[in-house]
Design a protein around this ligand. Structure first.
Ligand code: NAP
Length: 212
């Protein structure tokens, strides 16, 4: 059976997204720093050759161990699960060929028909909770791994269920002060992890934990 994994960027003070992260808030003075904060969090990924290729940003970009890791992360996922807020942002910013190339199960209260994109990504809108979404993801992944893509709300639910086998965090040296915190709302017994691998770079420390 495939592994269930998370691979995300995290600020030094534990946030997955800065407060007010929404295109509608771009001009609002109280949230004017969200773009800069997001850039500081994800700067490492934006420069990778694989990321540029996958998001159709054009040629160029860094190659090396971080690029290899990124490619492996995207290619190992036979299915993805995400929350509606992450989807809503992506729907407005992913290219027509969305970058997953596999089924994506969106946890939501909204009823909506599947959204088929060119290149193998189909978004399915799931209304019966995280266990149902995981079951469907397993069926379609055919033994490959399942990525819990985010955001924080959805990852917290799978952590609380004890369903996450591997937790990969790119810890960026930036403080947000507020935003979407990753480690909260967890239910007992909280899952336990051990360190499996650390890859240090000037932009981020890539931490890989596996279930203890
Ligand atoms: N740092 C990173 O690597 C990374 C990765 C991914 C995302 N992000 C960021 O994280 C932010 C979004 O995270 P978030 O925690 O705010 O939201 P989220 O997890 O993306 O989505 C939460 C929403 O999903 C729906 N949902 C979740 N669980 C559900 C359930 N069990 N049943 C039915 N619906 C359910 C609900 O929306 P409805 O009630 O409206 O349906 C809920 O409000 C975005 O800013 C995104 O850019 C960061």
């Amino acid at each position: 059976m495939g592994k269930v994994f998370v691979n995300i960027g995290l600020s030094l003070d534990g946030y997955m997204a800065p407060e007010g992260m929404d295109l509608e808030n771009w001009e609002r003075p109280e949230y004017k720093n969200w773009g800069a904060k997001w850039g500081a969090l994800m700067g490492w990924v934006l420069k990778q050759q694989y990321f540029r290729e996958n998001l159709k940003f054009g040629p160029g970009g860094e190659t090396g161990p971080v690029n290899d890791m990124l490619r492996h992360t995207m290619e190992r996922a036979g299915a993805n699960i995400m929350g509606k807020r992450m989807f809503d942002q992506g729907e407005r910013s992913w290219p027509e060929e969305a970058p997953f190339h596999a089924p994506v199960y969106v946890l939501t209260h909204e009823k909506r028909d599947p959204w088929v994109r060119p290149g193998g990504t189909t978004f399915h809108f799931i209304n019966d909770g995280p266990a149902g979404a995981l079951e469907r993801a397993r069926e379609s992944a055919g033994g490959r791994d399942i990525r819990i893509s985010g955001g924080a709300d959805v990852i917290q639910q799978y952590l609380s269920m004890g369903a996450i086998d591997e937790l990969e965090i790119a810890l960026a040296p930036v403080l947000f002060g507020s935003g979407r915190r990753l480690f909260e709302n967890l239910h007992e017994p909280v899952p336990q992890f051990r360190i499996d691998k650390v890859l240090n770079t000037p932009d981020a420390t890539h931490l890989r934990y596996v279930r203890a």
